[in-house]
Design a protein around this ligand. Structure first.
Ligand SMILES: [Mn+2]
Length: 243
């Protein structure tokens, strides 16, 4: 049996990912790699990263908010203004143009991104980009896990299906609890034995809460800091990058 590893928000840092995976002793033919979303934007190697991830025998991502923008560009030619101006979209789009990515590869990547779920629920793990929205139970998460993003999914900004990609309240509650807040004032832990893995919120170190069954693994690779790869069972982790 191979190991199950999960990467934090990669943000086009293919070299950092490969360095962290090397440190972890990742064996692509044996191990499974998960990621918490936001593979897109901000980093230097968008095409290299997409090609590497799509070549892995067992890669299991979820969508991040940045990935929805890239997917909408590749599938529907939607160039969201805010994404282009301030979220790294312009560099990502330029990389596709500069690298003369063929129409067929562009379609292939778009279709592949369209197959990536918002939420992934497995026997021992739940993987979500942002977190569990307030008031949501396993029932809502299971419904969203069965959905695939609709065409122009990002353009429908109020689409409740995308709210787990943006949520931060679950992490904030878990952190407040670990700092001594009374749990009765906080968003309660999800009623599950599964471990919840999230990204989206850059932290200086991975954050673990046993009460919330939570592991937050974004350590800011998209902001010039570190990329974390974590063993999903032992919670041991390896990092690459500065910061
Ligand atoms: Mn994000």
């Amino acid at each position: 049996m191979g190991r199950n590893l999960i990467a934090g928000d990669i943000h086009c840092h293919c070299s950092l990912l490969r360095e962290a995976l090397d440190k972890a002793g990742f064996e692509p033919e044996r191990d499974t790699l998960y990621s918490v979303g936001d593979i897109s934007d901000r980093g230097p190697e968008p095409l290299e990263l997409l090609r590497f991830l799509m070549s892995l025998p067992d890669y299991r991502p979820v969508l991040g908010n940045h990935d929805l923008h890239l997917r909408d560009y590749l599938v529907s030619d939607i160039l969201d203004g805010e994404w282009m101006a301030s979220d790294g979209g312009a560099d990502t789009v330029n990389a596709f143009i500069r690298n003369k990515v063929s129409l067929s590869e562009r379609q292939e990547i778009g279709e592949w991104l369209s197959s990536v779920p918002y939420v992934r629920i497995e026997e021992k793990y739940i993987i979500i980009h942002g977190g569990v929205p307030k008031g949501w139970t396993m029932t809502e998460l299971e419904l969203i896990a069965a959905l695939r993003p609709r065409p122009m999914g990002y353009a429908i900004a109020e689409d409740p299906a995308s709210s787990p990609l943006w949520n931060r309240s679950y992490l904030q509650s878990a952190m407040a609890f670990e700092h001594g807040a009374d749990i009765s004032f906080l968003q309660p832990p999800l009623d599950t034995e599964k471990r919840v893995f999230i990204g989206h919120t850059p932290l200086s170190l991975p954050f673990i809460s046993d009460i919330y069954r939570l592991a937050a693994v974004d350590t800011g690779a998209g902001h010039g800091k570190k990329l974390t790869v974590m063993d999903m069972d032992t919670l041991e982790y390896w990092q690459a990058g500065r910061g």
